[in-house]
Write a protein that binds this ligand. Structure first.
Ligand SMILES: Cc1cc2nc3c(=O)[nH]c(=O)nc-3n(C[C@H](O)[C@H](O)[C@H](O)COP(=O)(O)OP(=O)(O)OC[C@H]3O[C@@H](n4cnc5c(N)ncnc54)[C@H](O)[C@@H]3O)c2cc1C
Length: 312
């Protein structure tokens, strides 16, 4: 791999290329070894050039938003992390639509919407991820999902070419989208359609949803949110609770006492602890109830490979 070429691209587009970056520091689970390379993305043009480079040099890359739905390997990741965060988070209003760069946090979009008297984001306002990550998985909460508000998105395909998809092409369903089926594509902007509303009422609804999360979810622990997808016909947390697994732990990973659907990091959990615990939960639930619980977080890291990336 020609690292100098990558460095030159980053320099030309005012982006920082860093080495040996801790994934634990950049994921809400606070778990994971180091990524060999990391770029903070600040423009779609720069990102496109990096994708062309990765394509030509066959460099492996992974796109990360807020890191709130990721379980990173203890051994780290030997490729390049393309981080779409603060430096790529602009929000523009056009009538009742908001055009959001994919690194914008849902919380900030909800705040922007409230300040512009726009309603429709409230139920999603407490999801702690970027709008790119939310569209990738069709994130949802309290009966609302990204599918309800997205009208269009722009993305870069593997070769770095910009493409546009309208809502019906996005194939949005429970924790599923066009992007979950198309590896290595990168969402650059998301357009959402809202409706005019009363800012005080919007603020009250945002506060109500935040309070519900605080009451029900173990927000004082590190996690990646709900660890298991909702199986058809039931709820993961209900099944886990009924199997008596609340509070069950392996190493530093524990099934939350407060919400059985969350696996939490009690302080020093490794990826290995989390996986062992999840497999135990899957086995017990399957044996006792017949339901198979699929994992929700995306796995990032070395699979079937030895070796570790040392952090700087
Ligand atoms: C306390 C807590 C509560 C949560 N509550 C909810 C909830 O109510 N509902 C819910 O649905 N989720 C919830 N989550 C999970 C998570 O916040 C969401 O899935 C969120 O949408 C992930 O966004 P992210 O930016 O953190 O994505 P990341 O975790 O960084 O990435 C997740 C996946 O999306 C991909 N991705 C990210 N950005 C892009 C992009 N621009 N283009 C292409 N692919 C991309 C990544 O490659 C990865 O595969 C919760 C998590 C926590 C920690």
């Amino acid at each position: 791999m020609n690292l100098t070429k990558l460095e030159n691209i980053c320099q030309a587009y005012h982006m920082q290329l860093a080495k040996n970056i801790s994934l634990a520091r950049h994921t809400t689970f606070r778990i994971g070894g180091c990524a060999a390379f990391w770029v903070e993305i600040c423009s779609a043009k720069g990102l496109s050039e990096i994708l062309k480079f990765c394509h030509e040099s066959q460099m492996d890359y992974f796109v990360m938003g807020r890191g709130s739905n990721i379980l990173a390997s203890d051994q780290g990741y030997p490729g390049l992390i393309l981080h779409l965060g603060n430096d790529f988070s602009g929000i523009q209003r056009q009538g009742n639509s908001l055009i959001c760069e994919s690194g914008a946090l849902l919380t900030n979009i909800a705040k922007f919407a409230m300040q512009h008297s726009l309603t429709g984001m409230e139920a999603l306002s407490g999801i702690p991820g970027t709008v790119g990550g939310a569209l990738f998985m069709n994130a949802g909460a309290y009966g609302s999902e990204m599918k309800d508000i997205v009208t269009e998105c722009r993305y870069l395909d593997k070769s770095g070419t910009e493409q546009i998809l309208t809502a019906q092409d996005l194939d949005l369903a429970y924790r599923h989208s066009f992007f979950t089926e198309h590896d290595h594509t990168i969402i650059t902007s998301v357009t959402i359609q809202l409706a005019t509303g009363n800012p005080e009422e919007i603020a009250a609804r945002n506060a109500d949803y935040a309070q519900r999360r605080k009451t029900k979810q173990p927000l004082n622990y590190q996690s990646a949110g709900s660890t298991f997808k909702r199986p058809q016909g039931s709820y993961a947390s209900k099944l886990i609770d009924e199997c008596g697994l609340k509070g069950y732990s392996i190493g530093g990973a524990q099934v939350s006492e407060k919400h059985a659907g969350f696996v939490i990091n009690t302080g020093n959990a490794s990826c290995r602890d989390v996986l062992a615990l999840c497999h135990h939960v899957q086995d017990v639930v399957s044996e006792k109830t017949g339901y198979f619980l699929e994992l929700e977080p995306v796995f990032l890291g070395i699979q079937g490979q030895d070796g570790e990336i040392s952090c700087s």
